[in-house]
Ligand binder design. Structure first.
Ligand code: A3P
Length: 294
């Protein structure tokens, strides 16, 4: 099969990143990032499983050893100044050149904004997870409420600002997802769906391990599948958060909230749901992407 064409790089997507978190300087640093051949980039729209995918990759890297933490990981997201470990601010990770490889590096930027070395020089690999946008925006609502002063006060407000607006962060869910989905046949990319990962976590871990070129023993695989269940991750994140300041604990609680498919049903009104479905049909027409909403 012919290689998938590379995305147009660094196109102006209208300045719709996350203005308070992503500066021009950050974007430039990501673009110029020194990617290593075996880097694993976790490139996911916010609230779609970034921490889940990162934890799976880190556990694969350490063959199921949950005490890993030699490098910043989701477990360490809470263990320092959050701005240094935020997935978006990847350029500000500490001592990234000293991390043990394969480095697992998370980011929320759209595909066009990935480092040049990934897109032009074929270095590194990219794992993207796509989650249905209705659950994504519900997750975002609770997350923002917990961490951001001035967060949307109602779910309806959040749905507009982060779900249906042309100015929703990171090129909108639609633009972001279509960008990564368009790369799904490229050898450097593995694009998974959150709902498939929930239904068959074992299958997803095997696929990711193969993609990383690190096949697992049956024992390590069993261990990892247990460790990446949402309740198990919650317990470990809570422990990590408890030793930290209050603000970080709050973040931990909201990052690992329910981890289910279909939570949107108790949040969208009938009218909101109909309007969203119409927008979804319009934006996703011809994409070939089928998502599960319940
Ligand atoms: P909910 O708020 O719907 O529970 P991100 O890491 O991109 O911020 O995404 C956070 C969302 O992923 C949260 O969704 C969180 O619960 C869910 N998540 C995290 N770890 C998970 C896991 N192991 N299994 C299922 N969902 C998980």
């Amino acid at each position: 099969m012919a290689e998938t064409p590379r995305p147009a790089q660094y196109v102006d997507i209208g300045g719709t990143m996350w203005p308070t978190m992503v500066t021009e300087k950050t974007l430039k640093a990501i673009r110029d990032f020194d990617v290593w051949d075996d880097d694993m980039w976790i490139a996911v729209y916010p609230k779609s499983g970034t921490h889940w995918a990162s934890e799976i990759c880190n556990l694969i890297k350490y063959s199921g050893n949950s005490q890993h933490g030699h490098n910043p990981s989701p477990m360490e997201f809470f263990s320092g100044n959050p701005s240094q470990h935020s997935p978006t601010l990847v350029s500000e990770y500490n001592n990234v050149s000293e991390w043990e490889s394969p480095r697992v590096i998370a980011t929320h930027v759209p595909v066009e904004y990935l480092p040049r070395k990934i897109l032009d020089e074929g270095k590194g690999k990219v794992l993207s997870v796509i989650r249905n946008p209705k659950d994504t925006v519900v997750s975002e609502y609770y997350f923002l409420k917990g961490v951001k002063p001035g967060a949307p006060e109602t779910f309806s407000q959040c749905l507009v600002e982060n779900g249906t607006s042309e100015h929703a962060p990171y090129n909108t869910w639609f633009g972001h997802v279509l960008g990564y989905w368009g790369q799904r046949h490229h050898r450097q990319f593995l694009v998974l769906k959150y709902e498939d990962m929930k239904r068959d976590t074992r299958g997803a871990v095997i696929q990711i391990a193969d993609f990383m070129g690190r096949p697992l023993s049956d024992e390590a695989l069993d261990k990892i599948v247990d460790l990446v269940q949402v309740d198990s991750m919650k317990t470990r994140f809570k422990t990590a958060g408890e030793s930290q300041e209050k603000e970080n604990k709050k973040g931990a609680k909201n990052i690992l909230r329910k981890g289910v498919v279909g939570d949107w049903k108790t949040h969208f009104s009938v009218a909101e749901n109909e309007a969203f479905d119409a927008l979804y049909r319009q934006k996703m027409a011809g994409s070939g992407l089928e998502l599960q909403f319940e």
